[in-house]
Design a protein around this ligand. Structure first.
Ligand code: HOZ
Length: 423
């Protein structure tokens, strides 16, 4: 496979952009590769600037549940752009998308749009502190909630990929009000609550951690978090930036039947544009400015083009049976992948249409287990798949996604490529 143009483009990019990329994992450093530069994408096919084509399982980190460049989304976006691209004044589209979000995820009784998942989380945390009058936030090791300073403690995603447990530039005092506990460990949560329960503003959790690879919650862990937070007057925040509108129409909270107080969503809700949202109980959301004293704002928040892309995407996702079809197709594919990879000492964790291969033995239940995975083998596997025309998410600490645009025919070919891995 010739990738000369991408290699040259990267050499040029590093002269002007730190590391040549605008988000660290994209550099493909951790998998021993040089980044692809993409020219276009349609359905599940990425085309790089050398003309190589790849079946995409990263899908802009989970954004494209419909596949890239869905005609209906492009149509609505095109119409929106012709009316102007930003006003900084309310539009009908914001209410229309907020209504859709509420219909899909009813616990989001009120919704505020922002520009990224990081911003959604940052705002939800501020709101939780404003509402409870408490400071302490509990997060879980390996969970990632964007790059907001006080949550960059033992975080997954790019932070784990770069081998760092935290980030330079974050003063210790900024993380003094963040407690970090092992995921799936009820005893650790119980102990912290018994000692400091009345200081805790909120517990924030990815209900399906996806930023350390997929690590499902076990043994009623999420239900337990719901109960313990309620008992101590703390809020439960589900970070559904990845899982919202992905696992089911109603996200992970619908799948597990648990109602958080606040939820953050991103990725899918922006239909490929920079939009995200946080929302939740009306009595909490009422504290946001201009109704209440918790300040939050943004020039491009609720951007009309992004809202139109979100409306088009959720409109299509409203179709009856769309998630059943997607999840059935995903189950068959993931089982097929498991079958060919198990003899090679690879286990595949999954929930619904999200999956991660781990190069380790035994179960992967938390970040310590994740860290046992052989990342050198992961890199070999990534490169093997890439050479076979398949773009998996380029880090052990991320997730792959299946979209409605992956056909069974394509998925069978991908299993065949995986079956030839012998690294
Ligand atoms: N942290 C993002 C995925 N979990 C990566 C975003 C990107 O590099 O585009």
């Amino acid at each position: 496979m010739i990738r000369t143009k991408s290699i040259e483009a990267f050499q040029e990019a590093v002269k002007y952009i730190p590391g040549g990329v605008n988000s660290p994992v994209r550099a493909l450093k951790a998998v021993g590769e040089s980044p692809l530069f993409i020219e276009r994408a349609k359905g599940v096919t990425l085309t790089d600037i050398d003309g190589n084509q790849f079946t995409d399982f990263c899908l802009s980190w989970g954004v494209f549940i419909l596949g890239h460049s869905h005609p209906e989304v492009l149509n609505q976006v095109g119409q929106a752009i012709l009316r102007g691209t930003s006003y900084g004044i309310p539009t009908l589209q914001e209410t229309a998308l907020a209504k859709l979000v509420n219909r899909f995820i009813p616990t989001m009784e009120r919704v505020r749009f922002v520009n990224s998942g990081t911003e959604a989380v940052m705002s939800a945390i501020r709101l939780a502190r404003g509402y409870t009058g408490r400071n302490l936030i509990v997060k879980f090791v390996g969970c990632y909630h964007g790059h907001v300073d006080h949550l960059l403690v033992a975080a997954g995603s790019g932070v784990a990929t770069m081998g760092a447990s935290s980030s330079a530039g974050v003063p210790d005092s900024f993380v003094a009000h963040t407690a970090c506990l092992p995921f799936n460990d009820k005893a650790a949560v119980e102990e912290l609550f018994s000692k400091r329960g009345h200081e805790i503003a909120a517990v924030i959790v990815e209900p399906v951690p996806a930023n350390m690879g997929v690590v499902p919650a076990r043994d009623g862990f999420l239900q337990f978090l719901r109960e313990v937070t309620r008992a101590y007057g703390a809020l439960l925040i589900f970070d559904e930036v990845i899982t919202g509108f992905r696992l089911t129409a109603g996200g992970a909270q619908k799948l597990f039947g648990i109602a958080p107080d606040l939820t953050t969503v991103g990725k899918i809700v922006g239909g490929g544009f920079p939009a995200a949202a946080f929302g939740g109980r009306a009595d909490i959301m009422r504290l946001l400015a201009p109704e209440g004293p918790v300040y939050q704002a943004g020039t491009l928040s609720g951007n009309p083009v992004a809202m139109s892309a979100g409306i088009a995407t959720l409109g299509i996702l409203s179709q009856e049976g769309i998630y059943d079809t997607l999840n059935q197709k995903a189950e068959a594919f993931i089982n097929g992948l498991r079958q060919v990879l198990a003899p090679k000492g690879v286990i595949v964790n999954s929930v619904g249409n999200m999956f991660t291969p781990f190069f380790t033995e035994g179960e992967v239940r938390n970040f310590d287990d994740v860290k046992r995975s052989d990342t050198v083998r992961f890199g070999k596997f990534f490169r093997h798949m890439l050479a076979g025309g398949v773009y998996f998410s380029p880090s052990q600490f991320e997730t792959n996604f299946i979209s409605i645009a992956h056909t069974e025919e394509v998925l069978v070919k991908v299993i065949d490529v995986a079956s030839r891995f012998n690294g």
